[in-house]
Design a protein around this ligand. Structure first.
Ligand code: BGC
Length: 450
């Protein structure tokens, strides 16, 4: 194994790993947990490519102590996990499930006992099914119920949790869940899905306020970002790329950071008292989280190129087309490996928002590769950390890096087929085996402290 000689990160830089409840916990109905929209969706035949149903995760609910020990062995400063909303409030509203809160209480205590900062995400896609059946994020009320739940979690864990994340990737929930129907809740509404974006943003703003009212601080959000590369110079290619850039990057970041939608046409499509909502949505953040995986090459709709984007079907009614990026290595998922895309994205965020950009964290970055000997994951992470360091030396204020993911886990519609972990999980026995990249990351963390 090559020992890293990475550039030096600033003292106090936070090194972490990320995970989420639905992808790891299992115990789908244990101890009073309510069903989520993802439980229902994954149970439908044909939804998950390997025939799984997402009910087992990695057994984290029972085995969390093993994973905390692995984090401690890594020397990680923080663990980004998610709290399952239906484990805490089984129907999404009303009665609180004490046993569910007790689980997160134990997890937080164990992390603290090992000197690891607990960094919970309050929503990583597992909407309580009862709310999903009433419209989920298409229903404005879901935003208020989310804020109630955020307050409940903060009241219980706030004395030990120094860092909070409201929502993970509202763009993916909107696009994959409500516009294309490839993720829960499986709705294919194309641009009619936009209210789901607005209501998640509103839920975020209301939750920031509820968290602060309960005494919480250091609050951020995890937003997916991808540099969009135009596929060509024609007017149609440029239009397609710009539109995709707007919906995937700025439709979420602009309201959060500037209090306005990127374009009046989008604002006009949003439900509710939009101006008042934008005030809530842009409640100042303590930090902003960036999830980065790869750039996206986009042009005019081109039916022959539209079949598949990371395994998702992109309908030709949409006014843009996603193309294959050629000339780069690919992960097992087929995603291009473009480390400099991280620097490119961070510089774009810095130049678009300037003083309005709070300090950043990389809340997700990682890759899917098979095998316990995983030199390609090491190369991926090495390249992305160098790219991050370059962005920081060019003036972007980044306070920490969370790799996705601590262990292999349930990769949504891919089932168990795509392995993003630093730690291998045998899905028969749930046995954990650290990969070469785990040992490598431990040396990176150790090296940065010396
Ligand atoms: C999500 C994770 C997912 C990862 C890899 C992100 O979009 O937040 O839940 O596992 O990408 O696909």
């Amino acid at each position: 194994m090559k020992i890293p000689s990475l550039p030096t990160f600033p003292p106090g830089f936070l090194w972490g790993a990320s995970a989420s409840a639905f992808q790891t916990e299992g115990a789908a109905r244990a101890d009073g947990k309510g069903p989520s929209g993802w439980d229902a969706f994954a149970a439908q035949p044909g939804r998950i490519k390997d025939g799984g149903d997402g009910t087992r995760g990695t057994g984290f609910y029972e085995r969390y102590r093993e994973d905390v020990a692995l984090l401690a062995g890594l020397g990680a400063g923080a663990f980004r996990f998610s709290v399952s909303w239906p484990r805490v409030v089984p129907d999404g509203t009303g009665a609180v499930n004490a046993a569910g809160l007790d689980f997160y209480d134990r997890l937080v205590d164990d992390l603290c006992a090992h000197g690891i900062t607990p960094a919970p995400t309050l929503y990583h896609w597992d909407t309580p099914l009862a709310l999903e059946e009433r419209g989920g994020w298409l229903d404005r009320d879901t935003a208020y119920r989310f804020a109630d739940y955020a307050g409940i979690v903060a009241e219980r864990l706030g004395d030990r949790v120094p860092m909070w994340i409201t929502i993970n990737e509202p763009a993916e929930v909107t696009l994959l869940g409500y516009a294309l129907g490839e993720h829960a809740p499986g709705k294919k509404m194309l641009f009619d899905a936009l209210p789901a974006a607005h209501h998640q943003l509103l839920a975020h703003g209301l939750a920031v306020r509820a968290l602060r009212a309960a005494g919480a601080s250091d609050i951020g959000i995890a937003v997916s970002h991808t540099p969009v590369w135009p596929a060509g110079d024609s007017e149609e290619d440029r239009f397609g790329a710009e539109l995709y850039d707007t919906v995937s990057n700025w439709l979420f970041a602009d309201p959060l950071l500037t209090g306005a939608y990127p374009d009046e046409n989008f604002a006009a499509l949003m439900p509710g008292p939009v101006a008042e909502d934008l005030e809530i949505i842009s409640t100042p953040l303590d930090w902003y989280g960036v999830n980065y995986y790869n750039p996206t090459l986009v042009g005019a709709p081109a039916p022959q190129a539209l079949d598949s984007f990371a395994g998702f079907d992109i309908p030709s009614e949409l006014p843009f087309g996603i193309r294959e990026i050629e000339g780069y290595d690919r992960t097992d998922f087929g995603w291009p490996v473009v480390p400099d895309g991280l620097r490119e994205m961070l510089i774009q965020l810095e130049s678009r928002y300037g003083d309005r950009l709070p300090p950043l964290y990389i809340t997700e970055n990682g890759c899917s590769y098979d095998g316990i000997e995983d030199p390609r994951r090491i190369a991926f992470l090495d390249g992305h950390l160098r790219s991050l360091h370059t962005a920081m030396s060019e003036g972007v204020d980044v306070r920490g890096y969370f790799t996705w993911s601590l262990t292999d886990n349930f990769e949504w519609i891919e089932g168990n087929a795509q392995r993003f972990g630093l730690v291998h999980v045998d899905y028969e026995t749930m046995r954990r085996t650290p990969k070469d990249s785990y040992h490598w990351y431990r040396e990176v963390i150790r090296g940065s402290k010396s």
